[in-house]
Design a protein around this ligand. Structure first.
Ligand code: ACO
Length: 326
């Protein structure tokens, strides 16, 4: 089997910050409630003119630069997103056009917060089978455009951003194990409502004029998130033939600091081994792990030779994990 590894990383974060104090002026909430219940202090919000594809293109270009690979050497582009500019063209085709990657196959993946890991695992298979040589994998979300800003139970949680990586063949190590799971039967725990009613043939007076927005059952999701992320780590470590004591760093999806603490406790892993940046960005769906991995590597938290575990859980419901020998 060919070894596939991460050749470069990229990131793009919108400059506008929305703090807890800003939110307290919009809905009935406090900085104290948001910090203690979620760990979030501030999040980034895309400007009116910034589309998801703009975030994706900037992160993708940054990853190519980091990998020192030109766009014409890329033959696969996969973008993970649940907040595309529109249903089509795909974000991946928009990236292809913007970077002029003429030889690339391009498509999007919809797996919510697990999207980056689903995209990495998919692109890895293309490279392992010889179908592709080098892939640009991007996670980009403008998820705040799907938020009801009057609903305090959801609007405090999310932020916008994008991260990316270039995948290619490596001599040893790289992405050594993958795990993916789906629990469609629990999909109603988090969903977008009113989306299908935008232009109905027979308008329903209750929802014809509503914009799509996120609804979720927070407490139920919390429990499933803890259990499915812990289970995904155990499953992927088994595939990689590693013990939890051999993990140097876990980069989890950043939905809630208390979810991360509960996963650490369940796995009997010190929280110091877990990279956390939710305080600065909130939940960026697929982009959360992409940005966290970038920051963990660029800050020196992840070093060459480290065993890194990426683990995600998200709407769908879907979970996933990868082991990367850095
Ligand atoms: N400010 C102040 N009070 C609030 C707020 C707020 N922003 N939001 C809710 N409350 C209130 C509630 O109304 C409730 O009041 P009540 O007791 O008078 O009824 C009280 O706070 C407690 O509400 P809970 O929902 O029980 O609070 P909880 O401790 O469960 O925290 C949270 C809520 C943060 C949403 C938590 O359940 C959570 O993080 N769940 C997981 C969510 C998640 O992971 N979502 C994304 C997964 S998929 C993806 O990422 C795409």
């Amino acid at each position: 089997m060919r070894n596939v590894g991460i050749l470069g990383l990229g990131v793009y974060l919108p400059s506008r910050k929305l703090t807890n104090a800003d939110l307290a002026k919009m809905v009935e909430t406090t900085d104290e409630w948001i910090r203690t219940r979620t760990g979030i202090v501030e999040r980034r919000i895309a400007s009116k003119s910034e589309k998801t594809s703009d975030l994706a293109i900037k992160a993708g270009k940054d990853a190519l630069k980091d990998a020192r690979i030109s766009a014409d050497q890329i033959d696969l582009i996969v973008v993970a997103t649940i907040s595309p500019d529109s249903n089509f063209p795909s974000m991946a085709c928009k990236v292809q056009k913007a970077i002029n990657a003429r030889k690339a196959v391009a498509f999007d993946i919809s797996a919510a917060c697990s999207g980056y890991l689903y995209a990495i695992t998919t692109a890895k298979q293309y490279i392992q089978t010889g179908m592709s040589k080098r892939a640009l994998v991007i996670a980009a979300e403008r998820i705040t455009s799907l938020i009801d800003w009057r609903d305090r139970s959801t609007c405090v949680l999310f932020g916008d951003g994008a991260g990316a990586c270039v995948l290619g063949r490596v001599k040893s190590g790289g992405i050594t194990a993958d795990f993916m799971q789906a629990f469609g039967e629990q999909g109603d725990l988090m969903r977008v409502v009113a989306e299908e009613a935008r232009h109905p043939l027979e308008p329903d007076k209750d929802c014809a004029h509503k914009l799509p927005y996120v609804v979720m059952q927070g407490q139920e999701l919390f429990k499933v998130a803890v259990n499915s992320m812990a289970d995904a780590v155990v499953a992927v470590l088994k595939k990689a033939k590693l013990k939890t004591s051999q993990i140097d760093c876990i980069v989890p999806h950043q939905a809630n600091d208390r979810i991360i603490s509960a996963v650490a406790k369940k796995l009997n892993v010190s929280k110091e081994k877990i990279f956390i940046n939710i305080d600065r960005y909130g939940n960026m769906s697929a982009a959360s792990i992409a940005v966290a991995l970038y920051e963990a590597v660029k800050s020196g938290r992840i070093q060459k030779g480290d065993n890194v575990v990426l683990v995600a859980f998200g709407a769908g419901l879907v979970s996933g994990a990868n082991v990367v020998k850095w």
